[in-house]
Design a protein around this ligand. Structure first.
Ligand code: SF4
Ligand code: SF4
Length: 362
Protein backbone atom coordinates (compact mmCIF):
# COMPACT_ATOMS: atom_id res chain seq x y z
CA UNK A 1 0.00 0.00 0.00
CA UNK A 2 1.00 3.64 -0.52
CA UNK A 3 3.11 5.57 1.97
CA UNK A 4 3.20 9.34 1.67
CA UNK A 5 4.72 12.26 3.53
CA UNK A 6 3.13 15.60 4.25
CA UNK A 7 4.99 18.54 5.73
CA UNK A 8 3.53 20.21 8.80
CA UNK A 9 3.05 23.41 6.79
CA UNK A 10 0.96 21.66 4.11
CA UNK A 11 -1.17 19.68 6.55
CA UNK A 12 -3.96 22.28 7.09
CA UNK A 13 -4.26 22.81 3.34
CA UNK A 14 -4.58 19.05 2.75
CA UNK A 15 -7.31 18.81 5.41
CA UNK A 16 -9.14 21.72 3.77
CA UNK A 17 -8.93 20.00 0.39
CA UNK A 18 -10.39 16.81 1.91
CA UNK A 19 -13.21 18.88 3.39
CA UNK A 20 -14.50 19.46 -0.14
CA UNK A 21 -15.29 15.70 -0.34
CA UNK A 22 -15.83 14.73 3.29
CA UNK A 23 -17.16 16.08 6.55
CA UNK A 24 -13.67 16.27 8.10
CA UNK A 25 -13.14 16.20 11.86
CA UNK A 26 -9.73 17.00 13.36
CA UNK A 27 -8.56 17.54 16.95
CA UNK A 28 -8.71 21.17 18.10
CA UNK A 29 -8.19 23.03 21.37
CA UNK A 30 -11.31 24.07 23.29
CA UNK A 31 -10.12 25.67 26.52
CA UNK A 32 -8.29 23.01 28.51
CA UNK A 33 -9.84 20.22 26.42
CA UNK A 34 -9.13 18.85 22.97
CA UNK A 35 -12.20 17.95 20.93
CA UNK A 36 -12.91 16.93 17.34
CA UNK A 37 -13.94 20.00 15.34
CA UNK A 38 -15.19 20.18 11.73
CA UNK A 39 -12.61 21.49 9.26
CA UNK A 40 -14.16 24.39 7.36
CA UNK A 41 -12.83 24.54 3.78
CA UNK A 42 -13.71 28.25 3.63
CA UNK A 43 -12.01 29.25 6.90
CA UNK A 44 -8.30 30.12 7.19
CA UNK A 45 -6.14 26.98 7.50
CA UNK A 46 -5.54 25.80 11.09
CA UNK A 47 -3.08 23.27 12.43
CA UNK A 48 -4.85 20.36 14.14
CA UNK A 49 -3.89 19.79 17.79
CA UNK A 50 -1.72 16.68 17.66
CA UNK A 51 0.37 17.07 20.82
CA UNK A 52 -2.38 16.13 23.26
CA UNK A 53 -4.67 13.09 23.21
CA UNK A 54 -8.25 14.25 22.50
CA UNK A 55 -10.35 14.59 25.65
CA UNK A 56 -13.39 13.12 23.94
CA UNK A 57 -13.48 10.00 21.79
CA UNK A 58 -14.15 10.16 18.06
CA UNK A 59 -17.41 8.21 18.31
CA UNK A 60 -19.59 11.22 17.46
CA UNK A 61 -18.28 10.97 13.87
CA UNK A 62 -20.29 7.79 13.31
CA UNK A 63 -22.70 8.01 16.23
CA UNK A 64 -23.78 11.65 16.60
CA UNK A 65 -24.63 13.00 20.03
CA UNK A 66 -28.12 13.59 18.69
CA UNK A 67 -29.40 12.80 15.20
CA UNK A 68 -32.73 13.07 13.41
CA UNK A 69 -33.85 9.60 12.30
CA UNK A 70 -36.95 10.88 10.53
CA UNK A 71 -39.34 13.81 10.43
CA UNK A 72 -43.12 13.56 10.51
CA UNK A 73 -46.19 15.65 9.74
CA UNK A 74 -49.46 14.95 11.50
CA UNK A 75 -52.78 15.82 9.85
CA UNK A 76 -52.52 16.48 6.15
CA UNK A 77 -53.00 19.94 4.59
CA UNK A 78 -56.46 18.97 3.31
CA UNK A 79 -57.55 18.58 6.92
CA UNK A 80 -57.69 14.78 6.90
CA UNK A 81 -56.09 13.06 9.89
CA UNK A 82 -52.94 11.20 8.97
CA UNK A 83 -49.25 10.84 9.53
CA UNK A 84 -46.58 11.37 6.89
CA UNK A 85 -43.09 10.10 7.62
CA UNK A 86 -40.08 11.57 5.83
CA UNK A 87 -36.61 10.11 5.64
CA UNK A 88 -33.71 12.32 6.64
CA UNK A 89 -31.16 13.04 3.88
CA UNK A 90 -28.08 10.79 3.93
CA UNK A 91 -25.11 12.30 5.79
CA UNK A 92 -21.93 13.40 4.01
CA UNK A 93 -19.12 10.83 4.12
CA UNK A 94 -16.98 11.51 7.16
CA UNK A 95 -13.20 11.57 7.57
CA UNK A 96 -11.60 11.68 11.01
CA UNK A 97 -8.00 12.84 11.11
CA UNK A 98 -5.65 12.23 14.01
CA UNK A 99 -7.68 9.90 16.19
CA UNK A 100 -5.68 7.63 18.49
CA UNK A 101 -5.57 3.92 17.67
CA UNK A 102 -7.80 3.09 20.64
CA UNK A 103 -10.61 5.21 19.17
CA UNK A 104 -10.49 3.32 15.87
CA UNK A 105 -10.59 0.02 17.79
CA UNK A 106 -13.61 1.38 19.67
CA UNK A 107 -15.67 1.24 16.49
CA UNK A 108 -14.94 -2.51 16.29
CA UNK A 109 -17.10 -2.79 19.42
CA UNK A 110 -19.92 -0.81 17.77
CA UNK A 111 -19.83 -2.79 14.51
CA UNK A 112 -21.37 -6.13 15.53
CA UNK A 113 -24.05 -4.38 17.58
CA UNK A 114 -25.21 -2.08 14.79
CA UNK A 115 -24.57 -4.58 11.98
CA UNK A 116 -26.81 -7.11 13.73
CA UNK A 117 -24.15 -9.81 13.73
CA UNK A 118 -23.05 -12.03 16.62
CA UNK A 119 -25.45 -13.68 19.01
CA UNK A 120 -26.93 -10.40 20.18
CA UNK A 121 -28.37 -8.86 17.08
CA UNK A 122 -30.92 -9.56 14.42
CA UNK A 123 -31.38 -6.02 13.12
CA UNK A 124 -29.15 -3.81 11.03
CA UNK A 125 -28.94 -0.14 11.92
CA UNK A 126 -28.63 1.58 8.58
CA UNK A 127 -28.04 5.02 10.12
CA UNK A 128 -24.80 3.76 11.67
CA UNK A 129 -23.87 1.44 8.81
CA UNK A 130 -24.10 4.03 6.05
CA UNK A 131 -21.79 6.34 7.99
CA UNK A 132 -19.44 3.48 8.83
CA UNK A 133 -19.12 2.20 5.26
CA UNK A 134 -18.15 5.61 3.90
CA UNK A 135 -15.99 6.81 6.79
CA UNK A 136 -12.23 7.19 6.50
CA UNK A 137 -10.29 6.92 9.77
CA UNK A 138 -6.73 8.33 9.85
CA UNK A 139 -5.22 7.18 13.14
CA UNK A 140 -2.13 8.77 14.59
CA UNK A 141 0.49 6.82 16.52
CA UNK A 142 0.38 7.89 20.17
CA UNK A 143 3.87 9.19 20.97
CA UNK A 144 3.65 8.76 24.76
CA UNK A 145 1.12 6.77 26.79
CA UNK A 146 -0.73 8.66 29.52
CA UNK A 147 -0.69 7.18 33.01
CA UNK A 148 -4.33 6.20 32.41
CA UNK A 149 -3.74 4.35 29.10
CA UNK A 150 -4.02 0.56 29.13
CA UNK A 151 -4.75 -0.31 25.51
CA UNK A 152 -2.22 -3.16 25.65
CA UNK A 153 -4.28 -4.93 28.33
CA UNK A 154 -7.10 -5.40 25.82
CA UNK A 155 -5.19 -6.28 22.65
CA UNK A 156 -4.36 -2.80 21.39
CA UNK A 157 -1.26 -0.65 21.27
CA UNK A 158 -0.20 2.94 20.57
CA UNK A 159 0.28 2.16 16.86
CA UNK A 160 -2.47 -0.43 16.40
CA UNK A 161 -3.97 -0.32 12.90
CA UNK A 162 -7.16 -2.28 13.62
CA UNK A 163 -10.20 -0.51 12.23
CA UNK A 164 -8.11 2.24 10.60
CA UNK A 165 -7.72 3.29 6.96
CA UNK A 166 -4.46 5.24 7.28
CA UNK A 167 -1.75 5.18 9.94
CA UNK A 168 -0.08 8.57 10.50
CA UNK A 169 3.21 8.82 12.38
CA UNK A 170 4.67 12.19 13.28
CA UNK A 171 8.23 13.08 12.42
CA UNK A 172 9.91 16.39 13.29
CA UNK A 173 8.87 18.17 10.12
CA UNK A 174 5.68 16.38 9.13
CA UNK A 175 3.82 13.10 9.06
CA UNK A 176 4.31 9.77 7.31
CA UNK A 177 0.91 8.52 6.12
CA UNK A 178 0.62 4.81 5.39
CA UNK A 179 -2.52 3.55 3.62
CA UNK A 180 -4.08 0.46 5.17
CA UNK A 181 -7.19 0.13 2.99
CA UNK A 182 -8.35 1.15 -0.46
CA UNK A 183 -10.32 4.05 1.07
CA UNK A 184 -7.13 5.17 2.78
CA UNK A 185 -5.11 4.97 -0.44
CA UNK A 186 -7.67 7.13 -2.23
CA UNK A 187 -7.43 10.02 0.26
CA UNK A 188 -3.63 9.94 -0.03
CA UNK A 189 -3.92 10.57 -3.76
CA UNK A 190 -3.16 14.31 -3.54
CA UNK A 191 -0.61 16.63 -5.11
CA UNK A 192 0.03 18.07 -1.62
CA UNK A 193 1.59 14.77 -0.53
CA UNK A 194 4.76 13.24 -1.85
CA UNK A 195 5.97 9.63 -1.69
CA UNK A 196 7.64 8.89 1.65
CA UNK A 197 11.39 8.45 1.38
CA UNK A 198 13.05 5.32 2.77
CA UNK A 199 14.61 7.26 5.63
CA UNK A 200 11.21 8.72 6.55
CA UNK A 201 9.68 5.23 6.61
CA UNK A 202 12.54 4.04 8.82
CA UNK A 203 12.12 7.00 11.18
CA UNK A 204 8.36 6.33 11.38
CA UNK A 205 8.95 2.66 12.20
CA UNK A 206 11.46 3.65 14.90
CA UNK A 207 8.98 6.13 16.36
CA UNK A 208 6.29 3.45 16.53
CA UNK A 209 8.68 1.01 18.18
CA UNK A 210 9.57 3.68 20.78
CA UNK A 211 5.87 4.28 21.47
CA UNK A 212 5.25 0.56 21.98
CA UNK A 213 8.28 0.34 24.28
CA UNK A 214 7.03 3.28 26.36
CA UNK A 215 3.89 1.35 27.35
CA UNK A 216 4.13 -0.33 30.75
CA UNK A 217 3.81 -4.12 30.46
CA UNK A 218 0.19 -5.25 30.18
CA UNK A 219 -1.66 -6.83 33.07
CA UNK A 220 -3.11 -10.23 32.21
CA UNK A 221 -6.88 -9.90 32.52
CA UNK A 222 -7.79 -13.22 30.92
CA UNK A 223 -10.58 -14.73 32.98
CA UNK A 224 -12.12 -11.30 33.67
CA UNK A 225 -15.53 -12.33 32.32
CA UNK A 226 -15.75 -15.26 34.73
CA UNK A 227 -14.31 -13.21 37.61
CA UNK A 228 -16.91 -10.48 37.17
CA UNK A 229 -19.70 -13.05 36.97
CA UNK A 230 -18.43 -14.32 40.29
CA UNK A 231 -18.63 -10.80 41.79
CA UNK A 232 -22.15 -10.13 40.54
CA UNK A 233 -23.84 -10.64 43.94
CA UNK A 234 -21.03 -9.11 45.99
CA UNK A 235 -22.83 -5.99 47.21
CA UNK A 236 -19.85 -4.81 49.25
CA UNK A 237 -17.51 -4.97 46.24
CA UNK A 238 -19.75 -2.77 44.09
CA UNK A 239 -20.75 -0.41 46.90
CA UNK A 240 -17.09 0.13 47.69
CA UNK A 241 -16.10 0.96 44.15
CA UNK A 242 -19.12 3.19 43.50
CA UNK A 243 -19.07 5.05 46.85
CA UNK A 244 -17.66 8.25 45.33
CA UNK A 245 -19.56 8.09 42.04
CA UNK A 246 -21.55 11.25 41.34
CA UNK A 247 -23.65 9.67 38.56
CA UNK A 248 -22.46 12.40 36.21
CA UNK A 249 -22.19 10.14 33.15
CA UNK A 250 -18.86 11.60 31.99
CA UNK A 251 -17.33 8.12 31.77
CA UNK A 252 -19.89 6.87 29.28
CA UNK A 253 -20.09 10.09 27.22
CA UNK A 254 -16.33 10.14 26.67
CA UNK A 255 -16.05 6.39 26.09
CA UNK A 256 -15.35 5.25 22.51
CA UNK A 257 -17.20 1.96 23.09
CA UNK A 258 -20.40 3.08 24.89
CA UNK A 259 -23.16 2.89 22.31
CA UNK A 260 -26.47 3.22 24.21
CA UNK A 261 -29.07 5.69 23.01
CA UNK A 262 -32.55 6.97 23.72
CA UNK A 263 -35.31 7.88 21.26
CA UNK A 264 -37.56 10.91 21.62
CA UNK A 265 -40.14 12.67 19.46
CA UNK A 266 -39.94 16.46 19.49
CA UNK A 267 -43.09 18.12 18.18
CA UNK A 268 -44.02 21.66 17.26
CA UNK A 269 -47.56 22.08 15.96
CA UNK A 270 -48.27 19.37 13.41
CA UNK A 271 -44.60 18.77 12.64
CA UNK A 272 -42.04 16.77 14.50
CA UNK A 273 -38.71 14.96 14.46
CA UNK A 274 -37.66 11.64 15.93
CA UNK A 275 -34.27 12.02 17.58
CA UNK A 276 -31.73 9.45 18.64
CA UNK A 277 -29.51 10.80 21.41
CA UNK A 278 -26.74 9.30 23.52
CA UNK A 279 -27.84 7.81 26.80
CA UNK A 280 -25.83 6.56 29.75
CA UNK A 281 -26.30 3.51 31.97
CA UNK A 282 -24.62 5.52 34.76
CA UNK A 283 -27.57 7.93 34.95
CA UNK A 284 -30.34 7.06 37.44
CA UNK A 285 -33.18 7.43 34.91
CA UNK A 286 -31.64 5.06 32.36
CA UNK A 287 -33.67 2.09 33.62
CA UNK A 288 -36.56 4.00 35.21
CA UNK A 289 -39.79 2.23 34.21
CA UNK A 290 -43.11 3.95 33.52
CA UNK A 291 -44.65 2.40 36.62
CA UNK A 292 -41.95 3.93 38.82
CA UNK A 293 -39.82 0.83 39.46
CA UNK A 294 -36.12 1.21 38.74
CA UNK A 295 -34.12 -2.04 38.63
CA UNK A 296 -30.85 -0.06 38.89
CA UNK A 297 -31.80 2.70 41.28
CA UNK A 298 -28.55 2.29 43.26
CA UNK A 299 -25.30 3.60 41.79
CA UNK A 300 -23.59 0.32 42.80
CA UNK A 301 -25.96 -1.54 40.48
CA UNK A 302 -25.25 0.93 37.66
CA UNK A 303 -21.47 0.66 38.01
CA UNK A 304 -21.75 -3.13 38.15
CA UNK A 305 -23.69 -3.04 34.90
CA UNK A 306 -21.19 -0.76 33.13
CA UNK A 307 -18.10 -2.74 34.09
CA UNK A 308 -19.72 -6.15 33.67
CA UNK A 309 -21.12 -5.20 30.29
CA UNK A 310 -17.69 -4.28 28.98
CA UNK A 311 -15.67 -7.13 30.47
CA UNK A 312 -18.21 -9.94 30.87
CA UNK A 313 -21.62 -9.58 29.15
CA UNK A 314 -20.29 -8.29 25.83
CA UNK A 315 -17.49 -10.88 25.55
CA UNK A 316 -20.07 -13.57 26.38
CA UNK A 317 -22.26 -12.30 23.52
CA UNK A 318 -19.34 -12.09 21.06
CA UNK A 319 -17.24 -15.18 21.81
CA UNK A 320 -16.08 -15.61 18.23
CA UNK A 321 -14.34 -12.25 18.10
CA UNK A 322 -10.67 -11.78 19.07
CA UNK A 323 -9.61 -11.79 22.72
CA UNK A 324 -9.19 -14.48 25.27
CA UNK A 325 -12.69 -14.07 26.72
CA UNK A 326 -14.32 -12.98 23.49
CA UNK A 327 -14.24 -9.35 22.44
CA UNK A 328 -13.82 -7.02 25.41
CA UNK A 329 -15.93 -3.88 24.98
CA UNK A 330 -13.20 -1.57 26.24
CA UNK A 331 -10.26 -0.34 24.19
CA UNK A 332 -8.23 0.85 27.18
CA UNK A 333 -8.29 4.54 26.25
CA UNK A 334 -8.40 5.51 29.92
CA UNK A 335 -10.76 8.47 29.42
CA UNK A 336 -13.22 7.21 32.01
CA UNK A 337 -10.37 7.18 34.54
CA UNK A 338 -8.87 10.50 33.51
CA UNK A 339 -12.13 12.45 33.50
CA UNK A 340 -13.93 10.87 36.45
CA UNK A 341 -14.36 13.52 39.16
CA UNK A 342 -14.32 10.76 41.80
CA UNK A 343 -11.31 8.77 40.61
CA UNK A 344 -13.29 5.62 39.83
CA UNK A 345 -10.72 3.40 38.09
CA UNK A 346 -12.00 0.67 35.81
CA UNK A 347 -8.59 -1.08 35.88
CA UNK A 348 -8.72 -1.41 39.65
CA UNK A 349 -12.24 -2.85 39.55
CA UNK A 350 -11.33 -5.50 36.96
CA UNK A 351 -8.05 -6.49 38.60
CA UNK A 352 -9.62 -6.64 42.07
CA UNK A 353 -12.35 -8.88 40.68
CA UNK A 354 -9.58 -11.08 39.26
CA UNK A 355 -7.68 -10.93 42.52
CA UNK A 356 -4.59 -9.47 40.89
CA UNK A 357 -2.82 -6.18 41.57
CA UNK A 358 -3.17 -3.48 38.93
CA UNK A 359 0.38 -2.28 38.53
CA UNK A 360 -0.64 0.56 36.22
CA UNK A 361 -3.62 1.65 38.31
CA UNK A 362 -3.27 4.81 40.30
S1 SF4 B 1 -17.37 9.68 35.53
FE1 SF4 B 1 -17.03 8.83 37.60
S2 SF4 B 1 -18.47 9.99 38.91
FE2 SF4 B 1 -19.17 10.28 36.77
S3 SF4 B 1 -20.68 8.59 36.47
FE3 SF4 B 1 -18.68 7.83 35.74
S4 SF4 B 1 -17.85 6.72 37.53
FE4 SF4 B 1 -19.50 8.07 38.31
S1 SF4 C 1 -14.41 1.92 29.51
FE1 SF4 C 1 -13.00 3.63 29.92
S2 SF4 C 1 -10.98 2.90 29.26
FE2 SF4 C 1 -12.51 1.51 28.36
S3 SF4 C 1 -12.92 2.35 26.32
FE3 SF4 C 1 -14.46 3.26 27.71
S4 SF4 C 1 -13.56 5.21 28.42
FE4 SF4 C 1 -11.90 3.99 27.50
Amino acid sequence: MDAKFISRGQLPEWLRSLAARFAVLAPARAGSSVIYRPVDPEAPPRQPELAVKPTESAKRALFPLSEALLTFVKNQPDGKPGLELRETPPPRPCLVFGLPSCDARGFLVFDPVYAGSGTAGKFQDNYYLRRREQAVLIVKTCPRPLSTCFCNWVGGGPASTEGADVLATELKDGLVLEALTGKGARVLDSALLRPAADEQLTAAAQSRAASEAAMPPPVDISGCARALRGKFDSAGFWQGHSAGCLSCGACTCLCPTCYCFDLSDEERGSRGVRLRSWDSCMLPLFTQETGGHNPRAAKAARLRNRISHKFSFYPDLHPSLPGQDGHIACCGCGRCIRSCPSAVDIRRIVTEALGTAAEGAE
